[in-house]
Design a protein around this ligand. Structure first.
Ligand code: MSP
Length: 514
């Protein structure tokens, strides 16, 4: 990679039909962590999230409350943005599909595809699931004749509609998927999409007349554009597809669309065909992550087990929640979360391993040296192994993060934290401090601990940005932490001679379990 290589990552745009839950926060946290890592590695990152505001479901919800759809979504979207602020989400733009810049783009694209003959008028007869905004055929329904995704009843609809000639692109799309192994990941999702296309792609109904909360079809405004056709194009709006060719060339094709597993189909098949129709490159990767389940059960309002991320953040702090989600769940697989597991991680990994390492180091530096750290001191027999492991940790971590192996990357850092804690026990600074002849060795131990913690603060920054900043400050570094880069810790010895550390403050209080 050369410095400033562009990197474009997106989350799905969320439906503002209700407050977001921990599953949505999980997806956005993954994307944020990858974006932060890429910035740390020197990439020129564009990270996009937003809200998918049109459709019948939103219109019905607004009617129920007796407000306009826009007033309804304004309030909920403000809540999304507040959640992202509390969770430390570093997005570069937030796209709302109700914005004029997005309307203009959707209409432009719809018109272009129509003009080239890939959208045509016909009659739609079918089964529609309003909560999922999805059309289904009889064959696709579940065993009770309900929506195969959410298992709620579908409605029969028949109306004049516009269709997108998806069938025309099926063979090209299949070739593309087969010749680009990284396009759909993980491989289980890729196989699903291949067999889906092999069953045959029908043309897609891309307009509705039964409600009007949507973007009007430019040449036939009693129709509104189908919400998925509208929503998928959000990824082109903020990077200048219409009005800023240079920025668009820089960031498109997108590096990663991170999405939940059930919407991989929309992002690879519908979006893939739309991009082919527009003559644009396909995204380099669509990654389908798994679902969070809570205490072994799917989250649902009726079961009453929906976890509110804001309540968790208020109780445990954003970084503990972020750390837990990223450490606990293997990307791409479903993962179970529970309050006990969260508290367990906070106490063992954060309060104990990381918190104690920082606290012990700073307390000893203060007690034995008034906080002043000396470089080029004598060596202890354990120093070389710490230096080697530091270098190895940065290498392994970088490779894992580049491969989006987030939980393994965390484990790599924690192995180094454990090794450094062990180094304290091996070198026993309290014994060295009693012997004047070992003053140089004591200096060396303190130097190694501060250097290791400086490295750790940078490595944990993508996962726990607030904690990284607090470690950095306690270590006595006054420089701007946002400017920190992985190259700063590529070589041992980044802490200057004579550096003065700050005072120890508790990073994570232990949570007492009743
Ligand atoms: N609006 C569409 C996306 C359009 S993108 C062009 C949508 N919105 S959503 O709000 O219903 O869901 C957004 C994302 O949240 C999906 O990727 C979905 O997988 C994810 N999750 C919803 N529940 C989830 C869990 N329980 N666990 C993890 N992610 C889950 O779909």
């Amino acid at each position: 990679m050369s410095e400033n290589t562009p990197f474009y990552i997106t989350t799905p745009i969320y439906y503002p039909s209700a407050k977001l839950h921990i599953g949505h926060a999980y997806c956005t946290t993954i994307a944020d962590t990858i974006a932060r890592f890429k910035r740390l590695a020197g990439y020129d990152v564009f990270f996009l999230t937003g809200s998918d505001e049109h459709g019948q479901k939103i219109q019905q919800a607004a009617e129920k409350e007796g407000v306009t759809p826009l007033a309804y979504v304004d309030r909920i979207v403000a809540g999304f943005q507040e959640l992202w602020r509390l969770l430390g989400i570093s997005y570069d733009d937030f796209i709302r599909t109700s914005e004029p810049r997005h309307h203009e783009l959707v209409q432009n694209i719809f018109q272009r595809i129509y003009d080239q003959g890939d959208i045509y008028k016909g009659e739609y007869k079918g089964l529609y699931c309003t909560p999922c905004e999805s059309y289904w055929t009889e064959l696709q329904l579940d065993e009770h004749g309900n929506c195969p995704d959410c298992h709620r009843p579908v409605q029969e609809v028949a109306e004049e509609a516009y269709f997108f000639r998806m069938s025309k692109y099926a063979d090209r799309l299949l070739d593309y998927i087969q010749s680009h192994p990284d396009f759909i990941r993980p491989v289980s999702r890729r196989n699903e999409m291949i067999s889906f296309i092999e069953q045959g792609l029908e043309d897609l109904c891309v307009s509705r007349t039964s409600f009007d909360w949507g973007i009007p079809v430019p040449f036939d405004p009693k129709h509104v554009v189908y919400v998925w056709f509208d929503a998928l194009t959000n990824y082109l709006t903020p990077i200048g597809y219409l009005h800023d060719k240079e920025t668009f060339r820089k960031y498109w094709p997108c590096d990663v669309h991170l999405v939940g597993k059930e919407i991989v189909r929309f992002h690879t098949i519908i979006w893939g065909c739309m991009l082919m129709a527009l003559g644009l490159d396909l995204p380099k990767m669509v990654y389908g992550h798994g679902w969070l389940i809570v205490d072994g059960a799917k989250m649902s309002k009726s079961v009453g087990n929906v976890v509110d991320p804001i309540a968790l953040i208020e109780e445990f702090g954003a970084d503990a929640v972020r750390y837990f989600l990223l450490r606990e769940i293997t990307l791409g697989q479903d993962g179970n979360i529970s309050r006990d597991a969260l508290i367990g991680r906070i106490n063992s990994d954060l309060a104990n391993d990381l918190g104690n390492l920082l606290h012990r180091t700073l307390s000893m530096a203060e007690k034995y040296r008034g906080g002043v750290i000396t470089k080029e001191a004598a060596q202890t027999e354990f120093d070389a192994s710490i230096e080697e492991m530091a270098a190895e940790t940065v290498r392994t971590y970088t490779a894992q993060m580049e491969a989006m192996e987030l939980s393994p990357a965390i484990r790599t850092v924690w192995a180094f934290i454990s090794r450094t804690n062990k180094y304290i026990d091996e070198t026993a600074p309290w014994t060295l401090a009693k012997d004047e002849a070992k003053a140089g060795q004591l200096d060396s131990v303190l130097y190694h601990l501060v250097e290791a913690l400086h490295e750790i603060s940078i490595l944990v920054a993508p996962f726990m940005p607030g904690t990284a900043r607090r470690i950095h400050a306690q270590l006595g570094f006054a420089d701007d932490f946002d400017a920190a880069r992985l190259v700063d810790i590529a070589h041992w010895g980044s802490v200057p001679d004579g550096h003065t550390v700050g005072t120890a403050q508790q990073l994570f209080p232990r949570i007492e379990v009743a």
